[in-house]
Design a protein around this ligand. Structure first.
Ligand SMILES: [Zn+2]
Length: 279
């Protein structure tokens, strides 16, 4: 019970009310995503546990968070949506409350430092997301205030309940709910912090990785353009043997549409280049 004067709403009734509301949202096409905690532990994986531990280590939060544990365990977080830099949730209390959490992006300099210091230590996204990391990398990622997890100053929250000025139990439940969600979808931590987890892999062993990404992307485009041009050039440069070359090579097994396109390409002997891709 929140306050003496507020009518007590039994859990079963709260749950039924919440379920009705969620059913309404589902009907409207909203992919309702409740936080389900099985057993006592709110989180079990490296990412989920590290998220919860991070919250608990700050004294600003530590005395308020316990109120959220029961709430998240008993399924009160009936919908949680995580996206880039924010979380939105519906929490079943005396009525259904809306909680919003904003998480600041990792400052660029800090993110670069994390990537630099973890360079070479993480071999793949799978290893990263499964939390199969060396102790040194884990420590760096979890470092207080300089790691990947947000400090209280980097978390803003609000709740539609009358009690949210200080962290209410609905907000606390949602903060824990994020930890539970990271067990299933650890990549959402990187979304919440507005950083790209691939940076931790691709930047391995390189000091100035940003400069490297652009040329690589450029090269892929060039290759595509080249292969597209290859077929056209072949058709264009052979005045008589076009048909046979095309049917031996690129046109073998292609559709009528592609053959038609090749025939069209043959035409502009008169000078105009026609760039047509086979359909
Ligand atoms: Zn609240």
């Amino acid at each position: 019970m929140d306050y003496g004067w507020r009518p007590y709403v039994p859990v079963a009734v709260r749950r039924a009310n919440a379920e009705r509301e969620m059913a309404r949202l589902r009907k409207k096409g909203h992919a309702v995503s409740p936080v389900i905690v099985e057993g006592r532990a709110i989180a079990r994986t490296f990412w989920g546990k590290s998220w919860c531990r991070n919250l608990e280590r700050y004294s600003d939060f530590s005395n308020r968070l316990p109120r959220g544990r029961t709430y998240v365990r008993n399924g009160s977080v009936v919908d949680l949506q995580l996206s880039s830099g924010s979380a939105e949730a519906s929490v079943a209390g005396s009525s259904l409350y809306k909680v919003k959490v904003r998480v600041a992006a990792v400052p660029k300099v800090r993110w670069q430092a994390i990537c630099r210091e973890c360079a070479g230590g993480i071999n793949s996204i799978v290893e990263l997301l499964q939390g199969r990391l060396s102790n040194a990398v884990m420590e760096r990622i979890c470092a207080e205030k300089t790691g990947l997890f947000p400090s209280p100053a980097e978390i803003e929250f609000s709740c539609s309940c009358p009690d949210w000025a200080s962290m209410c139990k609905h907000v606390a439940a949602v903060l824990y709910g994020i930890g539970a969600r990271l067990d299933e979808r650890p990549e959402l931590l990187f979304a919440l912090r507005t950083v790209d987890e691939k940076d931790l892999i691709t930047k391995a062993g390189r000091d100035l990785p940003l400069g490297r990404l652009a040329p690589a992307a450029g090269r892929v485009l060039e290759d595509a353009t080249l292969s597209e041009m290859f077929g056209i050039e072949m058709a264009e440069t052979s005045p008589t043997g076009v048909g046979s070359r095309a049917s031996k090579g690129s046109a073998r097994g292609t559709t009528e549409g592609a053959k038609r396109a090749l025939r069209l390409v043959k035409k502009p002997a008169e000078g105009r280049k026609v760039r047509r891709r086979p359909e």
